[in-house]
Design a protein around this ligand. Sequence first.
Ligand code: AKG
Ligand code: FE2
Length: 329
Amino acid sequence: MSIESQFGAVTLDAEEAAALASLARELIGYRPGSLDPEFAKILSGDLPRSLRAALSSLLEERVLGVVVRGVDIDAARLGPTPLGWSDGTAADRSALGSAQLMLAAGWLGDVFGWASQQNGALVHDICPQPGREYDQIGAGSEAELEWHTEESFHPYKCDYLGLLTLRNPGQAATTIGHVPPDTLPDWVRRELARPVFCFLPDDAHVAEAAASESVAGMISDPVPVPVLYGGPDGPYLQVDPAYMYVLADDEPARRALAHLTDRIDASLVDLPAGPGSIVFLDNYRVVHGRRPFVPRYDGTDRWLKRVNVTRNLRASRSMRTSAVSRIIT
Ligand SMILES: O=C(O)CCC(=O)C(=O)O
Ligand SMILES: [Fe+2]
């Protein structure tokens, strides 16, 4: 079965798109300058039913991801794509899109951020940044962003990753890959379930690691974990070949990882998603990356918004400064 056929798809009609944008305006007005994720959850009960149904099928693991098309991003108001993420006015210009991404995420769970990523923002900008063209981070461009599960290095990685495309002139696709675990040979599954794989924080976190005690610790002292985890019948996956190594060069584990990597390579497809598309991916079951593209740095570049969603915010309480904080430190 192709990966695309295992994705839910919703195309909002004009009425649904207007209803979603109207909720977003309510969310923006509730606390000007900063989208309130708790209020977004309350409002998410009023999302168009077709959207809630698709998102619920993701919660139930009946699909690997959901693509929503027809979101009003108020393209006329967007202005120039920022050069990287630290552009103050860009949040305001793109608030309509960000609010809709947060609303849909609110139906799935709790949006959270990282102290070590984009200064703790809940909604991230993904735009090419001068000087980072060949780096394995969202702000790269000329080099393919190798496939990965998001924040593989962290025990409180997101359940779902949400991406909203604001613009993508060169149509540089997000890639997705998936291998049904029950199609892997038994020896591969056995090896990948052993806790002998070490993950390192990716460069996007390392640059801001001083802001996060847990991330700083993971750079110096990674805890070995399995690649396949959860139930033996339908295990979940954490894998990021660009940022991982096998403990003590364990040969069988290394071969199993190589086998998995080949299989995922062979499964990789482009996800078609133009401006006004939101994609949610099950970060426990699919990998994603990005095709290379040539950045322009003239204000018209590719620009995406990203959110991390967890089903269990409480699990990370020891790494957040208060029960209501949504920032992992
Ligand atoms: O740019 C994309 O399409 C995906 C970016 C990504 O995977 C990341 O920033 O971790
Ligand atoms: Fe990613």
